[in-house]
Design a protein. Structure first.
Length: 87
């Protein structure tokens, strides 16, 4: 799969994650057609600044929040507001 097409697929998958739900980087990679592309998913999301794409809803497979291009503290705060995180 070409890089540009994969990026479009990743952004399309992430755009559909509803409020209060999350997906792991691995789940996004699988849904976008590249099961081993979880690192590429992280890089794509790190470079995304479109507010229509809820990048903060993509977390690590172990449940940790992972990175965010606006800082992990902000990511945690948004996920708390959306009811995903309790603490």
């Amino acid at each position: 799969m070409k890089g540009g097409l994969f990026k479009k697929e990743v952004l399309s998958v992430v755009a559909k994650i509803p409020i209060g739900r999350t997906m792991s980087y691995k789940e996004v990679a699988e849904a976008a057609g590249s099961p081993k592309g979880w690192r590429a998913v992280g890089n794509i999301l790190n470079g995304n600044h479109d507010p229509k794409i809820p990048c903060h809803r993509v977390i690590r497979s172990n449940g940790e929040t992972g990175g965010y291009n606006e800082g992990w503290r902000k990511k945690k705060g948004i996920l708390k507001k959306e009811g995903v995180l309790k603490n």
